[in-house]
Design a protein around this ligand. Structure first.
Ligand code: PLP
Length: 401
């Protein structure tokens, strides 16, 4: 018998994927299921980006690229960062990987040794704790409840730091809450961290452009680069902003020492992401930005639609998310209620299960994100479907006694 690696024993498979899988099975059985459990834009990749990929194939861009990614792509990213953040960053401070996900994983692999603690504010993206465990680190969850806007405060950060802390995972705009940290909030966190120069921060900004402020751009930890220096790793990519989840291109920007370490890890795993996808990503960064603005404008009107319906018809008391494309709302009012079938709703998992089984609606329970008593709904789909989904939520809530 082959024994599996010890590190796998602590890792769970993703609950978002499990929910989506279950919804898929019900669909195959002929049910009219609405799946709002997955986190990807429903738009097609813009045409000029897809055309760049076709050109790359036709011109024979089919060989290995640099481990860190094509130099021309890294230069395009550097120019984008300079234009948005005023940071003249070198192409050798950028590393391109197979999506933001791989870059986050590589960064953790580069920073964490066995037994190191990694601070993760909850609610968190489902993958962070398991990534930390796969790196033999210890995830330390910091509860960031609704009354704190689901955000980490400098005081709570300071309280969670121990001699074993090596890294903080930060994610703004946040999946699942949609919370966006202000520039001042980021500065306060950086201020704490600058007193602990051995603690890195991985700032996952993959939803940065899906932000509903006037600039349609969330503040970035990049503004704190001078005080954080090599402590800072910023992660972003094309997946969400340019509707390119399947292309698998993300990047990290950091001081050279960190980027070099990430590249060593990448060189022994994937080598690099697909050359064709890199050409497409370069077209995204060099091309017009109005496509991103159009997507964000559409997400905003969908957000407003679902909030209005859920507040008005189901009286759900939720925070209005400032970014990403998720609604994260409490469901504690229905805990301990009974379904018409006579079973009890004991927690958010029961509620998500009930909605899927009896109302054909797939949402993700807050427990998956380290915050029980909530449900997450992705509103990255058309308004007609969203209206139908909200009606089902309202009916499900009103059916409980
Ligand atoms: C917070 C967060 N970071 C990273 C990712 C992964 O991004 P990518 O598809 O570029 O790997 C996701 C995807 O859902 C996410 O929600």
């Amino acid at each position: 018998m082959v024994n599996l690696a010890q590190r796998l024993s602590a890792v769970r498979s993703s609950s978002t994927k499990a929910m989506t899988q279950k919804a898929r099975q019900l669909k195959l059985m002929g049910h009219d299921v609405i799946t709002l459990s997955q986190g990807e834009p429903d738009f097609d990749t813009p045409e000029h980006i897809a055309n760049a990929a076709k050109c790359a194939i036709d011109s024979g861009m089919t060989r290995y690229t640099e481990v860190a990614g094509l130099l021309s792509l890294r230069e395009a990213i550097a120019e984008d960062i300079q234009a948005t953040d005023g940071w003249k960053v070198g192409a050798d401070q950028i590393t391109v990987g197979c999506g933001a996900k791989q870059v986050v994983f590589n960064a953790l692999m580069a920073i964490i040794s066995a037994g190191d603690e990694v601070l993760i504010p909850a609610p968190y993206w489902v993958s962070y704790p398991d990534m930390v465990r796969l790196c033999d680190g210890i995830p330390v969850i910091i509860d960031c409840p609704q009354r704190n806007g689901y955000k980490l405060t400098a005081v709570n950060l300071l309280r969670a730091i121990t001699p074993k802390t090596r890294c903080l995972m930060l994610n703004s705009p946040n999946n699942p809450s949609g919370a966006v940290y202000s520039a001042n909030e980021l500065a306060a966190i950086a201020d704490v961290l600058s007193d602990y120069p051995h603690i890195a921060v991985i700032s996952d900004e993959i939803y940065r452009n899906i932000c509903y402020n006037e600039l349609q751009q969330a503040p970035s930890m990049i503004a704190q680069r001078n005080s954080l220096g090599e402590q800072l790793v910023v992660v972003n990519g094309v997946s969400k902003a340019y509707a390119m989840t399947g292309w698998r291109v993300g990047f990290g920007v950091a001081e050279r020492k960190i980027v070099k370490a990430i590249n060593v890890i990448q060189s022994q795993s994937s080598s690099h992401t697909c050359s064709i996808a890199q050409a497409a990503a370069e077209a995204a960064y060099r091309g017009p930005k109005d496509v991103v603005r159009q997507f964000t404008t559409a997400f905003k009107s969908r957000r407003d639609l679902v909030i209005q319906q859920l507040k008005q018809d189901a009286g759900i008391d939720m925070l209005i998310p400032d970014g990403a494309f998720y609604l994260f709302f409490p469901c504690d009012d229905v805990i301990a209620c009974k379904t018409p079938q006579g079973t009890s709703i004991n927690n958010d998992l029961d509620m998500a299960q009930y909605m899927l089984e009896f109302y054909n609606l797939a949402l993700v329970p807050g427990s998956a994100f380290g915050m029980p008593g909530h449900l997450r709904m992705s509103y990255a789909c058309d308004e007609q479907t969203l209206t139908k989904a909200c009606e089902r939520i309202v009916q499900a809530i009103h059916s409980l006694m």
